[in-house]
Design a protein around this ligand. Sequence first.
Ligand SMILES: Nc1ncnc2c1ncn2[C@@H]1O[C@H](COP(=O)(O)OP(=O)(O)O)[C@@H](O)[C@H]1O
Length: 348
Amino acid sequence: MPPPHSSAPPPPRPAARPFRPRAAAAMEPAPRFSFGVIADVQYADAEDGHDFWGRRRRYYRHSLRLLRAAVEAWAAERPPPAFVLQLGDCIDGVNARSGAAEAEAALGRVLAALGRLRVPVHHAWGNHELYNFGRARLAQSGLRSRPPPGPGPPAAPPGDCHAYHFCPAPRFRFVLLDGYELSPLGRDADSPRRRAALRLLREKNRNADLNNPAGLEEPQFVEFNGGFSRAQLDWFNDVLRFSDENQEKVVVMGHLPIHPDASDEVCLAWNYRDALSVIHSHQCVVCVLAGHQHDGGYCLDSHGVHHLTLEGVIETPPESNAFGTIYVYDDKMVLKGRGRISDRVMCF
Ligand SMILES: Nc1ncnc2c1ncn2[C@@H]1O[C@H](COP(=O)(O)OP(=O)(O)O)[C@@H](O)[C@H]1O
């Protein structure tokens, strides 16, 4: 969601030529592995709409076509990406207004499109998943992407938190964070977790509409964002300690951005500072990938961590796209962006 002062989006860039990582230079080593990234598909079988400010068009139906085009492009790569990160909000909240069957059908179409890839897809849960489904249903759905536990630190935090880690190649670990563990969204109406999240939100946000950030000292305290529990942050800290001790490089992913220079101030996780301070107390994290802020963003922070917020598919015109492939080397990650997403080299 753009802030009120944001300008019009840049025009779509022409389609890029296929990227051939091995052909770039004869002496350059081949990437260790690659993976696909995509954010905020927000599919619904509905007419186009707009963002809250009425400034950005939302292409609800076309977003599924763009997702299918992304899948085709990934499938044509040689070698294909080892996995895909779907950074959350894969279906839009408008589905829920038409009933549970519509939400299930929309999710089914998105999962079928991604399922053509035959590689693992890791799903972050965003606010729009939680507008459509409770957490219990999500945990039974195709969006529960936690792999079987492997060696190393505990596979996931306690409770129903959708956070986990996995190791796609020796000395590389990916950590998925659940930015809506603290949130009224997706919780049963009378549950203690929902009441506690609402209490916290209302302490920080006195507006009648909890989605309204006007006048807040910490504008990220709106209902369409959420936060990390202490238990999740402690678990995250344990995972990063293990990675430090084992000389691993870590990529963190989640729906919500956690650095103010890679997002507008309204789209950050409630307690983004806590997540950042865990990251900064370790050496291993090289990159944080997020969605949610549909205009995208990037910064290299004061500790040398890259923060990349992906442009959202939902606000991408049908003739363009918004996805990418990231090629991972021992000393860098090279993003080859498609459509609205720019190429980028992120050195470690
Ligand atoms: N400044 C605001 N004041 C009040 N409600 C808002 C504001 N910005 C967004 N909302 C509402 O918050 C919800 C989430 O916003 P939306 O832009 O749809 O989120 P997302 O970017 O995740 O798609 C929507 O119902 C939207 O109307």
